[in-house]
Design a protein around this ligand. Structure first.
Ligand code: DCP
Length: 645
């Protein structure tokens, strides 16, 4: 349920930028002969000509809609060009569109905080940029206004007037405007400049909404498409919302919106104004009630997140009509393909952006034989994500079996799957300091764990010994930054051989109470390998992806199928670490968030160093994992709910 966020004291300038018929534009850039032509991008599945997923504005003029299939689109518009999405692994490959979206994001992010909301949508917080413009170069002459800004649609101004452009120019540099409108005018000019840059540098057009909050900016960005922008001055908010159907509002498209219609008779956002905050709270709870009361007045405190990367990675495939999957072998075949793609994407996210995904989720659309109208849905299932293609494949299949078991409720009946998808979510940045934990746990003991690449990939140069060798090609990225290298203080996990005597002295002086290295050594030399062995023998290693499994993953990817066997057999698990026998560690480098990710035995010890010991919560500490009836007790990922069990 939606919750009201506190609004900032100062007015903000927020933009929502949405690319026009995005996939079509990407295809038109690839093949300029398609420019200006009725064109649509169709799904890989060619059933009835393939489902349309993007339609050019020229084709829309003929009545072609996204809900159509290729055959129908051809009937409506015989001249339409149908372009199939690129294909890989027997399904759509969206990488082309993703990277085209990234090109646009890179330009938009130059002017303020930028949140990538989808493959072709971005929120921008332009407050600072607008304030700066107002201070340094405010728009003061109508003639100087950029043509693209002069074409803005400003809610509340006459939109069909023959002199619209003149009116807009005057509005954008009104000397008597209040400070909110002045900021908004600057925001509109900045967005127009950005859109011009996007067009020049990528050949793509986009549309935008500019308002004082995200909610309003998003609501109007698609109001005038293609290649236009719409501005919402505060004075026009009430009129705009008065006639806005409730279902158009984000978060009101589903059950909450239906309840507003059915239970309160609310059809437009404006209708909400007749209810007191108390009444709405009574009906929908305190938080949602307040949220509804506020959105009715155009108030929303939601912030633009500083995020240029997607929140999750998903790979899916539909199997319409006769293509539906009806046996486990075909499901496994497709899941393997989807998981392979997912694995590649999360691995590349890890390598390029140092981000780790924590949760694997499987969704499916399934119907029982002879019960096609049944309302029972296949339950989505999740488990901790283990890096490495075969592990993801294995877990996804188990999730599917578990979901199918729940779905069928012990009935021995046939089933049919029309869509399958796997998602990697709960993605977080590896916090600064994690690399030191990684090194600390894994770095030096290349022989101690299967997660470490074999010695051939470990350079002899001791100065490079601190690196985390995710993959050979990734060495550079994982190397500590120059500043880290130059800064003598930041030298976590340096073997005693490398650590100068002075530095060792400094640490022991600074942290005289840090005496816990022996158990770490124990852990490194045998504890972890024993734990690893135990989990392997338990049948499911619930390892934390940020520690061992990301490394394992790389290896698995690297060695492919043959190496997977080697990976499973983990022949060198029990070997003693070689080459180093003592460890120095700068406690200041430890990020508390990272400590939570460590195995309990190490966690307890490190927590003792970095903060005064708490009264132990024995219950939690003694048994951090969720005990499952099967043996999948996950003590590294105890916060996750494991649907495999
Ligand atoms: N997309 C898809 N499947 C859908 C909807 C969209 O694969 N069911 C893809 C194709 C679109 C892109 O996502 O080009 C962006 O979707 P939008 O909803 O933003 O639509 P468009 O950008 O195509 O058109 P518009 O100009 O109306 O925003």
């Amino acid at each position: 349920m939606p919750v009201a966020r506190p609004e900032p004291q100062e007015p903000r300038v927020i933009a929502h930028v949405d690319m026009d018929c995005f996939y079509v534009q990407v295809e038109q850039r690839r093949n300029p002969a398609l420019r200006g032509q009725p064109t649509a991008v169709v799904q890989y599945n060619d059933w009835k000509g393939g489902g349309l997923i993007a339609v050019s504005y020229e084709a829309r003029g003929f009545g072609v809609k996204r809900s159509m299939r290729g055959d129908e689109a051809k009937r409506v518009c015989p001249g339409i060009n149908l372009v199939q999405v690129p294909v890989a692994r027997g399904k759509a490959d969206l990488n082309l569109y993703r990277s085209a979206g990234s090109e646009v994001v890179a330009i938009l992010a130059s002017k303020g905080k930028c949140e990538r909301a989808s493959i072709d949508e971005v929120y921008l917080d332009l407050t600072d940029a607008a304030k700066e413009m107002l201070l340094q170069a405010p728009p003061d002459s109508p003639e100087e206004i950029l043509i693209e800004a002069a074409k803005s649609n400003i809610l509340g101004l006459p939109s069909d007037a023959s002199e619209k452009e003149k009116i807009v120019r005057a509005w954008l540099c009104r000397p008597d405007a209040d400070s909110e409108d002045k900021l908004l005018a600057c925001g509109a000019i900045i967005v127009a400049q950005l859109r011009v840059r996007v067009l020049e540098e990528t050949q793509f057009t986009c549309s935008a909404g500019i308002a004082h909050n995200k909610m309003l900016a998003k609501l109007v960005s698609g109001m005038h498409k293609p290649a236009q922008q719409t501005v919402v001055p505060s004075s026009s908010v009430q009129d705009f919302l008065a006639s806005l159907p409730v279902k158009k509002m984000k978060q009101l498209g589903g059950k909450l919106g239906s309840s507003l219609q059915d239970d309160l008779g609310v059809e437009t956002i404006g209708d909400l104004l007749s209810f007191t905050e108390e009444k709405l709270q009574e009906q929908y709870g305190v938080n949602t009630g307040t949220w509804l009361w506020k959105i009715a007045r155009g108030i929303s405190g939601e912030e633009v997140e500083d995020r240029l990367l997607p929140k999750s990675h998903g790979c899916g495939k539909t199997f319409p009509g006769p293509k539906a999957l009806k046996n486990s072998a075909s499901v496994k075949g497709w899941l393997d393909q989807l998981c392979e793609e997912l694995s590649e994407r999360i691995q590349s996210d890890l390598n390029q952006n140092k981000r780790i995904a924590q949760t694997l989720t499987l969704h499916a659309r399934v119907s029982k034989e002879n019960e096609r109208d049944s309302v029972k849905k296949f339950p989505s299932k999740s488990c901790p994500l283990r890096y490495g293609t075969w592990k993801i494949q294995e877990d996804a299949m188990k999730l599917f079996e578990s979901g199918l078991h729940d779905f069928l409720e012990y009935q021995n009946t046939g089933w049919s799957i029309t869509s399958l998808s796997v998602t990697a979510s709960k993605i977080f940045d590896i916090p600064s300091g994690t690399s030191s934990i990684l090194r600390y746990v894994k770095g030096p003991s290349s022989a101690s764990s299967p997660a470490i690449p074999d010695s051939s990939s470990v350079p002899e140069d001791p100065s490079l010994d601190n690196n985390v060798y995710v993959t050979p090609s990734n060495e550079e990225q994982c190397e500590p930054s120059t500043s880290e290298k130059e800064d003598g203080k930041k030298y976590s996990a340096i073997s005693a051989k490398q650590c100068s005597a002075n530095e060792a002295k400094r640490i022991s002086k600074k942290f005289p109470e840090v005496k816990g290295t022996s158990s770490i050594l124990k852990f490194l030399s045998r504890g972890q390998s024993a734990l690893h062995e135990k989990r392997k023998s338990d049948g499911l290693i619930c390892s934390h992806p940020g520690l061992e499994s990301s490394l394992e993953a790389s290896r698995a990817e690297e060695h492919n199928a043959s190496a997977q066997g080697a990976d499973r057999s983990s022949t060198n698990c029990g070997a003693e670490p070689s080459g180093s026998n003592a460890w120095m560690f700068n406690v200041e480098d430890i990020d508390p968030a990272v400590v939570e990710e460590l195995p309990p035995e190490i966690r307890r010890e490190i927590q003792g160093w970095i903060r005064p010991p708490k009264q132990p919560n024995t219950k939690r500490r003694e048994f951090p994992g969720r005990k499952c009836s099967c043996r999948h007790v996950c003590d590294l990922c105890c916060r996750h709910v494991c649907d495999l069990c």
